[in-house]
Design a protein around this ligand. Structure first.
Ligand code: ADP
Ligand code: ZN
Length: 626
């Protein structure tokens, strides 16, 4: 029993629990409605973006129902590697929690089972394959007979669906929870939005009667930026050095090789970067993940194998060096930034080769034509986002069916790009492709075609007599970056195809006609020659300290630094990530307040009764030492 519980009979009111246990004043968004519904015994399906605050939606009802004498909550979670930290965070808040998974010895597992049957546990985390074993179900039977089975929480519920991106066959068996214990309420949670997956979750988990709570998918604290790719590794380095020095971040790359190279490149330049991909030795991979979670300011360079269930709240940026496959993937990956609600950035470098690669991967996949058509449609939507000259967020949210206005926090809103009409340039390029094909009977690559348009008398031009073409030199006023942008957009909209089998030669397509006829306008952003010269963003200045503690005085900064040092020691001693002890925002609030005694710490967001009792004195002592 926690200290707080010993002091007074524990309240089963969700608002009291939110304040006393978690130290938060208010529920966010749909949380209040969800918590009331579930604590009252209703079933719920919760769709909330990453960082929306899903955990509290089942943790608060679990505590409320336990305090009302209704017994334990079983939390089904697919991520064994992260259960330890989740349970650790609950312990820190004074909640009795435990996990059952294959990392425990037989004796340890038995001990958990004994505590479970004695009613000493409020939340039990378990993997789906464990939950559906006869042994575990037998224990649940015994709890149910005594009316001590309070709630089932099914996290990452999209894993039940083949349409989701993380299909886990074991999730299908979770249906048994409903058929076997129809009286026990269930809450299923996911951050995956699309209708197909949602319908599948309802069907597979028999949640037809459950109330659905669908939150807005906007993440207002994330700033979206997409830059033209020239030298990606250098661009990334500049981005990190100028805007995220000392910050934790994730860099996504498509291939293992690229992950290795990029991590090595960043490390060479003094950045704490670690690689993560499925080809790494399992132990090393786990070690890198642990370091990312536990230490401050690590940059994880990873393939998409990394990330699900990573609930580190203070990831300040997510960078993409390669184009994801679709908007769902992009949104999920970028969503790992800024879960704590503080400013964060989603940055992507994007270029012609990305478009070519993604189109080729679809073309070459063994899937049926209809399925490929679906993939192309999804890629097109992402390309439209990448090429957009208007608000990125409006487009992102529109993709998920939400209507919104210009956000003021994306690259296009903050620095509206100069737009020029590239329609004429596009027509020139298309007619050149047509004419060289006619004249020489073979296709040519982008470089040569641009030389013709710009009237450059190269050897190759002379060799093929392309200086005689009517389009020779008609685009002399266009710069090479301009022409490249035109070409990229033509490939993006499918008006030009790149033949990878034949030296990347360019070909006309069905889609070329509309552009040639002038029926389709091509609008392009003026290339920013020196993206680095743009004014620095104010929200995320250099360093983790600056981002959170920007408003502090010099003395406040010193107090903040001392608190972080103290927290690092505690986290290490408890073998938990630092944010589990206190969030950066909580430390910054304490540093600003400059409390003289423990009493003044009460009410600071993120300090519940248990943490106040456990750490109050230490915090005051750490502050006195500054
Ligand atoms: P999700 O699982 O939806 O990605 P989390 O449950 O990890 O999100 O919550 C994201 C962060 O927001 C966590 O650090 C959590 O402590 C914080 N949080 C959630 N709800 C509240 C609230 N009502 N008040 C303050 N902070 C909250
Ligand atoms: Zn915007």
């Amino acid at each position: 029993m926690s200290l707080a519980e010993a002091a007074a009979p524990a309240s089963a009111d969700p608002r009291d629990i939110l304040r006393d246990v978690f130290g938060y004043e208010q529920f966010r968004g749909h949380q209040a409605a969800i918590v009331d519904h579930v604590a009252g015994g209703g079933d719920a399906l919760v769709l909330m973006p990453t960082g929306g605050g899903k955990s509290l939606c089942y943790q608060v009802p679990a505590i409320a129902r336990q305090r009302a004498g209704l017994g334990i909550t079983v939390v089904v979670s697919p991520l064994i590697a992260l259960m330890h930290d989740q349970v650790g965070a609950l312990h820190e808040a004074g909640v009795e929690a435990a996990f059952l998974n294959s990392s425990l010895s037989f004796e340890q597992a038995q001990d958990v089972e004994r505590r479970l049957l004695r009613g000493e546990i409020t939340l039990l985390y378990a993997a789906p394959e464990r939950v559906t074993t006869p042994r575990f179900l037998d224990q649940l039977d015994r709890l149910a007979q005594r009316g001590q089975l309070a709630l089932f929480a099914i996290d990452e519920a999209h894993c039940v669906s083949q349409w989701g991106h993380d299909f886990r066959p074991e999730y299908r068996q979770l249906e048994v929870l409903h058929t076997r214990y129809p009286q026990v309420p269930r809450i299923a949670l996911t951050a995956t939005a699309d209708d197909l997956t949602r319908a599948d979750i309802v069907e597979r988990l028999q949640l037809q009667e459950a109330r659905q709570f669908v939150a807005s998918f906007d993440r207002p604290n994330i700033r979206y930026r997409i830059v033209e790719k020239s030298q990606p590794a250098q661009q990334l380095l500049r981005f990190i050095e100028q805007e995220h020095e000392g910050d934790a971040g994730v860099v996504y790359c498509q291939s293992r090789k690229r992950v290795e190279e990029t991590a090595a490149f960043l490390a060479q330049h003094g950045i704490d970067a670690l690689p993560y991909h499925a080809g790494l030795d399992a132990e090393l991979r786990q070690r890198n993940q642990d370091r990312f979670l536990r230490e401050d300011g690590i940059v994880m360079v990873a393939t998409i194998a990394f990330g699900m269930g990573i609930d580190k709240p203070d990831v300040r940026f997510v960078a993409h060096l390669d184009l994801p496959k679709n908007i769902e993937g992009y949104y999920q990956e970028t969503g790992r930034a800024g879960r704590d609600g503080l400013p964060a950035q989603a940055w992507m470098a994007y270029g012609l080769q990305d478009v070519v690669n993604q189109r080729r991967m679809i073309d070459e996949s063994p899937a049926g034509e209809e399925f490929k058509q679906g993939l192309r449609g999804k890629l097109d939507a992402l390309l439209a986002l990448a090429e957009a000259t208007d608000c990125r967020r409006v487009r992102l949210l529109a993709y998920f069916g939400e209507h919104s206005g210009p956000c003021g926090n994306c690259d296009n809103c903050l620095a509206p790009p100069q737009v020029w009409d590239g329609t004429e340039a596009a027509r020139m390029l298309l007619s050149t492709i047509y004419r060289v094909q006619q004249a020489s009977g073979i296709g040519f690559g982008a470089g040569h075609l641009m030389d013709i348009l710009r009237g450059k008398a190269t050897e190759k031009v002379a060799q093929y007599g392309h200086d005689k073409l009517s389009t020779f030199g008609i685009g002399a006023q266009l710069s090479e970056p301009q022409l490249r942008a035109v070409l990229r957009q033509l490939v993006a909209i499918g008006a030009v195809a790149v033949d990878a089998e034949a030296y990347n030669t360019l070909k006309l397509t069905e889609g070329s006609r509309a552009v040639l006829r002038g029926e389709r306008q091509i609008l392009l952003r003026e290339s920013v020659a020196q993206p680095a010269s743009r004014k620095r963003s104010t929200g995320t200045r250099s360093g983790a300290v600056a981002a959170v503690a920007a408003g502090l005085t010099a003395e406040g900064q010193a107090r903040y630094a001392a608190l972080r040092a103290w927290r690092a020691e505690v986290a290490k001693a408890h073998n938990l990530p630092a944010y589990v002890i206190f969030h950066d925002a909580t430390l910054a609030a304490i540093a600003a307040l400059d409390p003289q005694d423990v009493g003044q710490l009460e009410g600071v967001s993120g300090i519940g009764a248990r943490k106040l009792a456990a750490y109050g004195d230490e915090v005051i002592r750490a502050l006195r030492a500054v």
